[in-house]
Design a binder for this molecule. Structure first.
Ligand code: ADP
Length: 663
């Protein structure tokens, strides 16, 4: 009784002493010592139990570790795990032997661990120690539950860390290779296995293609093994879209890819509910891979799926970009593609040539303002950022060629600048003008003959009134045809780049000549032609013949489009270095829609009042181009039914003296 009482108080003090120790490793040593002493044994070894595995808690070099050899006897180990205490005769290789006692530590009927001790105590001692062993089991069970919980928690935290790291890699880098290497590394480490690979799954061919591997000596060999028609857990996993855990390939008929590989895990990698790859993990230890492991590798697989998709999208974008670059390269006109930050995104060879950029000069990502610096397009970035229209119609770039810049903005892309080479256009235009002037010239010849014979007819024939009327109509038609040809010829000459011979021209002289020419026409319609006194306006710099054409055309139109008894007035005014001449009439006026197109070639207003007025629609087009050639401007103000004012400007012959206005 005494002994048992001692054992109970020993057990009680053990409980007090170690009850707060919840760390299995911290508890192992004092508990082993206490139990060993109570049992009167020389050596004792404590082993923790988890899912069928017994793990020694003593340091590897401790002499007691040798006792674990007894567990190699499966029957002995299994009896212990069932909760049965039994002795075991352990023979060592050196010929010695000893009797070991195996004691299960049970908490709530479950084996939390086992204790091995040698030499085995007498049955009486064992019975005495029962309370102590019970306390030891409680202490051990609690600590192992707690430690297991902490380890699981740590494991989860580590898993989350790993997944987080992969996620970061995924967002920071686009390299598929890197993400896959990382995935395989984590898969191996988190499962404590030996090798892993990832293979793409081709659903239509029901085949796997090796993408990356870690831990296999020979990649080509592995790739070949995947192509074989053997039974492969990897393929079954992909086909069935299920994670597979093979405890031991021996006996299942599944292929092991790793030499001496036993346990295997295969999980599908999905994208949008479709299996696109499989990850396989292999270990040389049978039964070492669990559904838990599979769950984690599957999570890794989700990331790998994203990486595959990213890589595919990236490759697709790259291919598109290359296609675009190829198209751009084959466009003869210079093209510059800008991103929303107004930096160069793409630029073709023609653009490089036009800007005379050295072949090795990198432009991608450079601000457009930087690349165009020193050219006429230097201000482009400003127009772009203010979303304004480009003010240029023709620019000459460093290659000395003329271009027409066309800018289009695209919110998603940025902007595209296309520079149309005007060389071809100019050549065609010149050819056209040459053709027109040749033909027109030839057309005038028969007209002269016709006019001559019509005059002869009138002279030598006594014509009856009706015939006379016909002759007059013919004469009118010939005249308007001559006007048309003259206008076409003039326009062609101007457009082919006629040189103006500018000399100082006095406006009062110019007006005088125009008035004299048009007075007869005006008086027929009883229109008052009025000209302001211009003697005090300084001379303008102009071509005498061409400036006459300008004014005569405008005054002529004033007379033509003003009903009888109206007025046409010419005024002039000096402003800065220019003289502004305006021709005002009290005529039929021009509506806003027609005003916009009035200076276009062959444009005529179609209204009942104008239907019987002859014209070609070329007069104002000629006037506009002539004013441009002189470096002046032309504008129009008009109200339908009230009249119109055309105002054009010409430069002064002598620049104005500062601070004073001449006249
Ligand atoms: P044309 O007079 O030969 O038709 P223009 O180029 O001189 O050609 O003029 C183009 C058109 O503009 C005319 O057909 C006419 O309808 C209109 N127009 C020109 N000048 C006037 C004016 N002063 N008042 C009203 N309409 C005019």
């Amino acid at each position: 009784m005494q002994v048992q009482g001692d054992r109970i108080s020993e057990a009680y003090s053990l409980l007090i002493q170690l009850g707060a120790q919840l760390d299995l490793y911290g508890l192992a040593e004092p508990l082993t010592v206490a139990v060993r002493q109570a049992l009167g044994a020389n050596e004792a070894l404590l082993l923790a139990h988890s899912s069928g595995d017994l793990r020694s808690l003593a340091p590897d070099h401790a002499p007691a570790t040798r006792l674990a050899e007894a567990l190699d006897d499966r029957a002995f180990a299994e009896a212990l795990l069932r909760g049965e205490a039994s002795p075991y005769g352990l023979s060592h290789t050196d010929g010695t032997s000893e009797t070991v006692i195996g004691l299960p530590l049970l908490l709530d009927g479950e084996t939390a661990g086992v204790l091995l001790a040698a030499p085995a105590p007498e049955p009486g001692t064992l019975a005495d120690c029962a309370p102590l062993l019970e306390v030891a089991a409680i202490l051990f069970g609690n600590a192992s539950r707690h430690t297991h919980a902490v380890e699981t928690l740590n494991q989860r935290v580590h898993e989350l860390d790993t997944l987080g790291q992969i996620d970061r890699e995924l967002t920071e880098r686009l390299s598929l290779e890197h993400v896959l290497a990382l995935t395989l590394d984590y898969a191996i480490r988190s499962t404590a296995s030996h090798a892993a690979f990832i293979a793409q799954y081709d659903e239509s061919a029901q085949a796997l293609h090796l993408e990356a591997q870690l831990g296999y000596r020979d990649t080509a060999e592995l790739a070949k093994a995947l192509k074989r028609s053997d039974s492969q857990a990897a393929l079954h996993s992909a086909q069935g879209d299920v994670a597979m855990v093979v405890n031991d390939v021996h006996g299942t008929g599944y292929t092991a890819y790793l030499p001496r590989g036993r346990a295997q895990l295969a999980v599908p990698v999905r994208h949008e509910d479709r299996v696109i790859a499989v990850i396989v993990v292999e270990s040389r230890r049978p039964d070492s891979l669990t559904p838990e492991h599979a769950r984690f590798v599957e999570q890794l697989g989700t990331r790998a799926g994203v990486a595959f998709e990213n890589a595919r999208l990236f490759a697709e974008t790259e291919a598109e970009r290359e296609k675009l670059a190829l198209i751009l390269a084959n466009i003869g006109d210079p093209v510059l593609v800008l991103n929303p930050e107004l930096e160069i995104a793409l630029m073709n060879q023609a653009a490089r040539d036009a800007l005379r950029l050295p072949p090795d000069e990198a432009v991608s990502g450079r601000p457009i303002a930087d690349v165009l610096e020193g050219t006429v397009l230097a201000g482009l970035a400003n127009y772009l950022s203010r979303a304004e229209m480009l003010p240029y119609s023709e620019v000459t770039l460093p290659d000395d060629r003329a271009y027409y810049p066309l800018l289009s903005r695209h919110p998603a892309v940025g902007a595209i600048l296309v520079l149309h080479d005007l060389a071809v256009l100019k050549k065609t235009e010149a050819l056209k003008n040459e053709l027109i002037s040749t033909i027109s010239h030839d057309l005038k010849q028969p007209l002269t003959v016709m006019t001559g014979y019509l005059e002869l007819l009138q002279m030598f024939q006594k014509l009856e009134p009706r015939s006379m009327h016909y002759v007059e109509m013919l004469q009118n038609a010939v005249r308007s045809m001559r006007t048309l040809i003259d206008d076409i010829l003039n326009l062609a000459r101007i457009e082919s780049g006629v040189q103006i011979e500018a000399v100082p021209v006095r406006l009062d002289d110019l007006m005088q000549r125009v008035m004299e020419e048009l007075k007869p026409l005006a008086s027929v319609k009883a229109i008052t032609l009025d000209g302001e006194d211009m003697s005090r306006i300084p001379p303008v710099m102009a071509d005498p013949a061409l400036s006459y054409t300008i004014l005569a055309n405008l005054v002529g139109n004033g007379v033509k489009y003003t009903p009888p008894e109206g007025e046409v007035t010419v005024r002039a005014e000096q402003r800065g270095g220019m003289v502004f001449v305006s021709v005002t009439d009290t005529g039929i006026g021009i509506g806003p829609a027609d005003q916009a197109r009035i200076f276009d070639r062959f444009y005529r207003v179609r209204r009942p009042e104008t239907i019987h007025i002859e014209g070609t629609g070329l007069g104002l087009a000629i006037v506009k181009r002539l004013v441009d050639l002189h470096g002046g401007t032309i504008s129009l103000r008009s109200t339908l039914g009230e009249g119109s004012t055309f105002t054009f400007s010409l430069p002064l012959a002598a620049p104005p003296r500062s601070g004073k206005t001449a006249g």
